[in-house]
Design a protein around this ligand. Sequence first.
Ligand code: ACO
Length: 332
Amino acid sequence: MGDLEISLKILLTGVGSYLPNNKYSNDDLTKLVETSDEWISKRSGIKKRHFVSANETTSDMAFIAAKKAIKNANISKHEIDLIIVATTTPDNTFPSTATLVQKKLSINAVSFDVQAVCAGFVFALSVAKSMMSDGIYKNCLVIGADSMSKLLDWKDRSTSVLFGDGAGAIMLQKIENNENFYNDWGILSNVIHSDGQYYDILKTNGGVSSDQKTGYIQMQGKEVFKHAVDKLSTSLEEALKESNKKINELDWLVPHQANQRIILAVADRMKIDINKVISTVSNHGNTSAASIPLALDEAVSSNKILNGNLIGIHAIGGGLSWGASIIRIGKP
Ligand code: ACO
């Protein structure tokens, strides 16, 4: 049977992103909550965030990011057969935001959402990889999109200053690895984890089946910080091992953009040159599932990350849920 097996690779061929027009600097937030630019900058590295306007929704942002990713991948939208949206802030409780993106794109594609909060993008990537490797799907849009502003409690200054809204998307394409031509390309490894014993350290204080409300973000900041540094590091180590790569082989690390202090602490622990770590958190705060594809798009658009570069991505969010992936982006 071995001779008949076709080796398949999942390539990352396009990326796109979107940030809403409404910008709020740290100084702007001092009108909403008792805080200062100095406190926010020192604790998080965040300088500004973007919030959706009154009539703008998660699917609107996801749609714009998706269109850019499709254009950059240079394929027809009608070739897409799978759409996975990672989001915690859907337009409606149901149906899925992915089906709205499908409707806006006017295409036929199996579409559904994945919810793993800030780790949503790496979870969606893992689901996409499995469905493409084992199933009939050839071209998948993986989108991370969140309107975190809708979950902010402006009476809680310790959380409200950290988040923003946005969307990022990537195009994945399955290809037959004839004569091992694509051996070292595409998604080389992908690991995900969850541990519900930490459910309470980062959550909303409401929900559909508990009180029929969406609730507001509540976070035990110091606990989350500690777990973030540890689990981002261990999952990256695991993904490197699975792909048979070493940390110094990475051209770039694109971490979850939650907090510059977490990014620096992980870089220090992993002994990776900080100049190889993409950081865009100052520009948009924590955009949850959107943060990695947003940072990736900014780095690709500014010609930092180039076709053929080996990148690591990793994220952690409520659950706790976390994961990492090693990817050689583009195609030969
Ligand atoms: N402005 C001014 N003061 C504030 C603010 C604010 N926005 N928020 C809290 N404070 C005050 C508190 O009231 C407290 O004052 P007190 O000492 O008089 O009681 C004090 O600042 C707390 O300061 P620290 O103990 O120094 O706070 P800490 O260093 O823990 O920083 C932070 C808080 C930034 C939330 C930190 O714990 C953190 O980064 N945690 C990680 C959380 C994170 O990034 N989460 C993102 C979501 S999860 C994810 O994506 C991984």
